[in-house]
Design a protein around this ligand. Structure first.
Ligand SMILES: [Fe+2]
Length: 371
């Protein structure tokens, strides 16, 4: 079968205690493992493998890599050959590189994001089990997310220079891993520029998505909920827990998904996603959204532009050589850029943003939003 589904996302977090509290108390995940490097591993209640999220201590937010699980070990060999034949270098990481996980293929997408493939991860099962199971366990907390559902990656798109990493990633996944295209946004004169794509290997509307932006980054990782009511309840949980909500419960036109966007304490965007409005099929005609209906596709009810959707994501700016504690606007930071990568999450409106100097030695800073 090859790729089955998203397996895990490895995220950078700046305050591990706050991050664990967020992913357990808001999303409802359980910590299943910690390692001596301080990485924390979590799973959702409806997942049977050991973990689906890795939180790694860092002085910046962002994503280390996203991993997809393949069905068999032999699939890794076949996929390695296909990816290398496409012209992409593959590194094989031995079993145990990540705990409880078999060997992995490691490579860069054309957009520069790190992707991994693996076939083996420790099976731990679910609390409801596999024999006459109840529909949910008794001890759910927070939103009670079922599983990590998909990732949306921001990819460099600059029609003026001909750079389109959305299209390159899409071609790469289709030709090397047999993903198929479900929905797309086409923009520009004649609608010939593929500005966003949603691809799947299963019957869900997307297992991965790419959206064009000025620079590569991680837009969000998404967790599955069962129903619109669960989405509403998740928003209640977020409000109670003082989580920064980016977009309150609404529906996407694209995928027909019911959604909330919100941020973890480090500024990584999360989504809770429900409403499988249709089953994707390989022979289902591709849905195309045109530039004039772009925002209807993103937020179906209003069709209004929400600048944070395209402007706010964890990306890599150049470092700012800033005094500790100095509050600056995004423009100031960019103007003072140096050589070290930093990570920033911006809301596109510098008026309510602030730069926080996180580490006076590395001089890295993060643009964050206050609630
Ligand atoms: Fe999503």
């Amino acid at each position: 079968m090859g790729v089955m589904r998203i397996g895990h996302a490895s995220l950078k977090v700046m305050d591990m205690q706050a991050a664990v509290k967020h992913y357990t108390e808001v999303l409802g995940m359980k910590v299943t493992m910690e390692d001596k490097s301080g990485n924390v591993y979590l799973k959702c209640w409806d997942e049977w493998d050991r973990y689906s999220v890795i939180l790694t201590p860092s002085d910046q937010a962002g994503m280390n890599h996203v991993a997809y699980k393949v069905e068999k070990e032999s699939d890794l060999d076949a996929l390695k050959a296909r990816i290398e034949a496409y012209g992409v270098k593959v590194t094989e990481l031995p079993e145990g590189t990540l705990p409880a996980t078999g060997r992995m293929l490691q490579f860069k997408l054309p957009s520069s994001h790190e992707m991994r493939l693996y076939a083996t991860k420790e099976y731990v099962g679910t609390e409801v089990g596999t024999t006459n199971p109840d529909p949910w366990p008794d001890n759910l907390t927070g939103a009670g997310a079922h599983w990590l559902d998909h990732a949306l990656l921001m990819c460099e798109l600059n029609p003026e220079t001909g750079v389109n990493k959305v299209a390159e990633n899409t071609d790469f996944l289709i030709k090397t891993m047999d993903f198929y295209l479900v929905e797309q946004v086409m923009v520009g004169p004649g609608g010939v520029i593929q500005a966003a794509t949603w691809l799947t290997r299963t019957n869900t509307p997307h297992d991965i998505a790419f959206v064009g932006g000025p620079k590569a980054g991680i837009h969000h990782i998404s967790f599955f909920l069962d129903s619109w009511h669960d989405v509403l309840k998740a928003a209640d949980v977020m409000s109670k827990k003082k989580v920064k909500i980016d977009v309150a419960p609404t529906r996407h036109g694209i995928t027909r998904g019911e959604t909330i966007y919100f941020f973890d304490p480090s500024g990584n965007r999360n989504e809770t996603f429900a409403g499988l409005g249709y089953l994707a099929q390989p022979d289902r005609p591709v849905t195309t959204w045109t530039e004039d209906k772009l925002w209807t596709g993103i937020f179906y009810h209003t069709g209004d532009a929400v600048p944070s959707f395209t402007d706010v994501y964890t990306l890599f700016f150049q470092a700012c050589d800033l005094p500790v504690g100095l509050a600056l606007r995004e423009a100031d930071c960019c103007e003072k850029s140096g050589t070290t990568e930093i990570n920033a999450a911006s809301n596109g409106d510098s008026s309510d943003c602030r730069y926080r100097q996180l580490n006076s030695i590395s001089r890295r800073c993060l643009l964050i939003r206050g609630r």
